[in-house]
Each structure stands twice: as structure tokens, then as C-alpha cells.
Design a protein around this ligand. Structure first.
Ligand SMILES: [Zn+2]
Length: 348
């Protein structure tokens, strides 16, 4: 598919005809990244909601479409809203909502901040410009998790606004200093947060996105709205990866396969505690050499968190894990799971 990376489309207060009958048809009616501006009661303030950076994560689009089509003519959000639908081509490529990015494409959420003027880097730069031009008071980027998981948010900083935005959607916040070229890591002069709404296969994820957008559209003063809700906070996440070319499989028992075999119920541990010495899978004769957990300095610290017991992969300390996935392509190309030492889990 040839893509015009300089394309960006604008819709101002679209009517029901332009929104089409459902989100599938609406998606098929747009081509490149599409900005939907909704005028609010207070025109001097704008909140930005981005979604569909990953084409296989539809909850944000479903929720945005539901919110837009439910908006009555006389109803206005508290402030202006700018929705940005980022990767319509990947999302609409058949079968719909199955491609994180196109086969010959790149992960757009690894292309922000690169200041490059071609391909997906250019698209990321156009989206970043479209965010900055409205001087937003918050930016919320809606995603789905790759595996089954409760909803959670990810922020670079912990402040009142990060806690408040988390509370609008869920009750778990991950404070991340990982730098991958994601939209969330960019400085837009305001609080930027990622909401992982849960699995795309889970109807509840669409509800999480919708009720969060509804709150975001209605509340005049967003700061301090978390006080009636306790937020679970996880600090300093790390990513467990296989080294390039190492095969991954999922199984209930050890079958002596090459590379890493993960227990096939790994997703059930998302946001649970993996206790020290708990088994997560099996490794071939190269043991922990197959794996890496890179710290902020790029050092492989896998042996601080995992150990080998015979050929079993076990946790060395109590861990919380999240984003564990059984989608092989993501586990191999991105990461197997995120982990946080259980001592870095606090409630606020
Ligand atoms: Zn995503």
C-alpha cells in the first residue's frame, strides 16, 4: 500500500452524516490521519485525545465514535476537544483491526521525537505538530493491551494531573522512564498520558475508553479529581525481551524446544504478583543468555530479576508483571512482558 505521509485531514464539528452509521464505516471513510475538532463551552482551552496509533487497538476509535454520535446539538464539552485518529490505513487493512502496523510499515509509536522528514517519522511529526498547535491542557493517548489485562495508565511523571487523568479511566498508574519514541514521551507543554484500556477482545475495554472520554469532556477542572479514588502506582517498569532471532513458544509443559517456552497462562498474571521462585517457562541450553532486561543505561540486568532452576525460568524476587502477551509477533518484535519489582508498588 502506498501512503502519502504528508496527508492529514481535518473535520470540524462533524455532523451525523460524516460520522457514518458505525465506527467501521467511519473508519473506511477516512484515509490518512484525521483530526476531529469539537468546539467546547470554553473555547480558550483544548484537550487532545489520540487513538489508533496501533491499528489493532480499536477501543479508542469505538469510544470516540460512540461519544461523537451521542453528542446532542445543544450539548458542548467543557473545553474544545481535538481527537486524532492516527493510523487508519493499518486499522482498515483487511481483516480490520488486526494489524498493529502494515506489513511493510513501522510501529508509529516508536517514531515520535526523531525529527526525521520521511515515512512514519514524518507522520509522527505531523501528529505532534497537530497536538502542539492547539496548546493542549492535557493529551490522552488511548490504546489496548496486547494480552488480557485490566486497564492502566502510563505516565513519565507523577503529579496531580497524572493521578487525575488515571482516575478518569482506571485506577492503576505506571510511571515509566523507558524511552522508545512513543507519543507519550514527548513534551507537549502539559500532562500526557497513555491509557491502556485492556484487551481489544474485551468489551469492557471499549467501556473504559468511553466512560473516560465522557468524564474528560464533562469535567471543567480536571486537576484534583482523583481524591475520592485510590490509585495503585508502579514505578520503574522494565521490559523482558528475547534477544534477536530467539524463538518463543507457549506451552503448559516443557517439551525441550529451542529458545524460550513461556507458560501458556502467562496473560493471567497481568497485574498479579509473581512470587520469587515462581516458574514462568523453560529455556534451552543457552539459559538466561536467550533473554534481556535492559535498564535505563542499556545494561542487561536479566539476572537481577530472573534465575535458572535446572532449565526452568523462575523469578528471582517478587515481581508485578503487565502487558504479558501471547501474540507471538509482538512478544518477539517488541517485548514479552513488562515487569516491576514488587517493592516498587505503592498506593496513593
Ligand atoms: Zn498500542
Amino acid at each position: 500500500m502506498s501512503i502519502d505521509f504528508s496527508e492529514i485531514n481535518y473535520l470540524q464539528d462533524p455532523d451525523i452524516m460524516s460520522l457514518k452509521a458505525d465506527y467501521d464505516q467511519f473508519l473506511l471513510s477516512i484515509s490518512g490521519p484525521t483530526i476531529i475538532d469539537i468546539s467546547g463551552k470554553e473555547q480558550s482551552r483544548t484537550r487532545v485525545i489520540t487513538t489508533l496509533i496501533h491499528g489493532n487497538e480499536p477501543s479508542g476509535l469505538i469510544a470516540v465514535h460512540r461519544w461523537l454520535t451521542a453528542l446532542k446539538a445543544g450539548d458542548r464539552p467543557a473545553t474544545n476537544l481535538r481527537f486524532i485518529i492516527c493510523s487508519p490505513e493499518a486499522a482498515s487493512h483487511a481483516p480490520m483491526f488486526q494489524h498493529r502496523y502494515l506489513d511493510d510499515g513501522m510501529d508509529l509509536n516508536r517514531c515520535f521525537g526523531a525529527e526525521l522528514e520521511y515515512g512514519y517519522f514524518k507522520r509522527a511529526a505531523l501528529i505532534a505538530t497537530a497536538i502542539r498547535e492547539v496548546k493542549p491542557e492535557v493529551v490522552v493517548d488511548l490504546h489496548n493491551t496486547s494480552g488480557f489485562s485490566p486497564a492502566f495508565s502510563v505516565s513519565v511523571e507523577k503529579n496531580e494531573m497524572a493521578l487525575s487523568l488515571t482516575a478518569l479511566f482506571c485506577q492503576t498508574l505506571i510511571l515509566s522512564d523507558i524511552r522508545l519514541g512513543a507519543l507519550m514521551e514527548q513534551d507537549f507543554g502539559c500532562q500526557t498520558i497513555t491509557i491502556e484500556c485492556g484487551s481489544s477482545c474485551d468489551i469492557q475495554s471499549h467501556e473504559v475508553a468511553y466512560s473516560g472520554i465522557k468524564h474528560l469532556a464533562t469535567i471543567t477542572d480536571l486537576e484534583n479529581c482523583h481524591f475520592d479514588k485510590e490509585i495503585d502506582i508502579y514505578l520503574k517498569p522494565l521490559r523482558l525481551q528475547v534477544k534477536p532471532g530467539i524463538p518463543i513458544s507457549y506451552h503448559g509443559i516443557d517439551e525441550g524446544r529451542n529458545g524460550l517456552t513461556l507458560i501458556n497462562n502467562i496473560e493471567q498474571h497481568n497485574f498479579g504478583i509473581i512470587r520469587a521462585n515462581q516458574i514462568l517457562g523453560w529455556l534451552d541450553s543457552y539459559g538466561l543468555e536467550n533473554l534481556q532486561v535492559l535498564d535505563v543505561n542499556g545494561e542487561n540486568v536479566v539476572d537481577q530479576y530472573f534465575a535458572l532452576r535446572s532449565n526452568q525460568l523462575v523469578s528471582k524476587i517478587d515481581l508485578n508483571i503487565f502487558m504479558a502477551t501471547k501474540q507471538l509477533a509482538i512478544a518477539k518484535s517488541d517485548c514479552i512482558l513488562y515487569l516491576v519489582a514488587n517493592q516498587n508498588h505503592i498506593t496513593q
